[in-house]
Design a protein around this ligand. Sequence first.
Ligand code: SF4
Ligand code: SF4
Length: 577
Amino acid sequence: MTGNEAIARGAYEGGVTVGTAYPGTPSTEIMETLARYPEVDCNWSTNEKTALETAIGASMAGARVLVAMKHVGVNVAADPLMTLSYTGVGGGLVLVSADDPGMHSSQNEQDNRHYARFAKIPLLEPADSEEARDFVMAGLALSEKYDTPVMLRTTTRISHSRSTLVPGKRQGKEVVGFQKNPAKYVMLPGFARQRHPLVEKRLLDLGTEAEVSPLNRIEEGTKEVGVICSGVAYQYAREALPEASFLKLGFSYPLPEKLVRRFAAQVKEILVIEELDPFIEEQLLAMNLEVPVRGKEIFGLLGELGTEIIREKFLGQKLQLIQGNDKIPGRPPVMCPGCSHRGVFYTLRRLKVNVTGDIGCYTLGALKPLQAIDSCICMGASIGTSLGMVRADPSAAGKTVAVIGDSTFLHSGITALLDAVYNRAPITALILDNGITAMTGHQQHPGTGLNLKGEEAPAVDLEKLCLSLGVRRVTVVDAFDLKRVKAVIKEELAATEPSVIIARRPCIFLLSSFDEPLYVDEELCNGCKACLALGCPALSFKDDKARINPTICTGCGLCEQLCRFDAIKFSAERAGE
Ligand code: SF4
Ligand code: SF4
């Protein structure tokens, strides 16, 4: 199983009956897998905050619950998380934070272990799929024993790697229903003041538990170096330094200080091997151990580690790479052939406007040759950023467009649009509605008409939603109609009030079949390269002529609209020839 599948398996075997999530790489497959178990009621939430709030309610009602999100999603859920630490739980609650060191598919590589310390809750870090399953179950038990949410932190390599495990039986747990307890669940200041000392005591008790937890273990080896590590770093370090002694931390916060001291007394030097921040190392340095502690001075703060990196940086052994003869061409990420976003970004670039962007497939509009996005901060930030630009420089109103996808708009763009209406800011928001959460692998959302299990669900109407927020200028355009897209953007940029353009076309992969590929009439092509400005992977240029790769062209017709020499043709069938 992959780590993500194993996390879902752990939730199933651990008796979880409710699962919630917002999709985000590398966490997405957790809830997709858990939803396949009919005993578990799973849903996609509109964002990570509502996912955690739903999980909190389910826990209050006595259910065991798993809530999953990528690392930056925990920022969105941080508000309920901090107070959840005070209220504690009913049924066991495990929050999975899927971190992305190396930023394979993320806008930052924040180290979410800090959240466990910040919220004063236990942190579990599995190092393979079997541990991922087992740690979810251990987390549920810890959660109920200590009345606390538990964070299980995975990383991309754990989530997406496969290793073996023997599936076990599901444990049952009766859901008793919500029991009123205002002093525990109503965090008015008076009650919260009573809960805070319990949080501090709980942290001490959890530290005592971590000392004896089977999730932490010493593996004896040479006394020269003692490695302390957690998560995937354990796998790399174990392979690079097979002779060393190890303290492997699976229950890594609160730190089992007595266990650390016992380990430190057995070795001449401590080497902390951890990705990103010196989370463990700083705690060790604060303990003033009698042996030297090194870590970040050797391995640095950036990106992922690996066996070779540890060998090279600690042992000075550089891996000899075998050079092949073939030069492999670079394959930068690009929008797919037939992507409904391509023509919109082409138009924005031609209009020379400032574009505040957002998170989704369309962020690729920042890359060559489109280069049409000028900012990208976080989920839902495009509209607020645009609003700020217009507030700071009113002349920006006629030349700034906020671009946001349908799923992202529902996730966290709505409130910023409301801000624009409320503050009478003449911003132009362009919603790229391709009818799916595409970037993470086509997950449903509240606008698609289907839920996580593929059942019919009410679909929010984006036009009506925008109108109901007080936006009076809402226009829907076909994202493939370049003339109309351009005309509407110009018209709305000139408006003196907030406006929304919904550029609609389904993601090409929602279609059951593609249209016939187009072709280039070489007699008519004069090699001007105007069509290449779209950056469609199906288009290339050879011997002074444009070419279309018929095996990947989806027949969207965008390039045909750009060719002023009528050299790009629909196939005979489509042209009715
Ligand atoms: S835009 Fe038309 S003429 Fe220019 S390169 Fe492309 S196919 Fe040829
Ligand atoms: S019609 Fe043109 S733009 Fe569309 S997929 Fe084919 S080559 Fe690409």
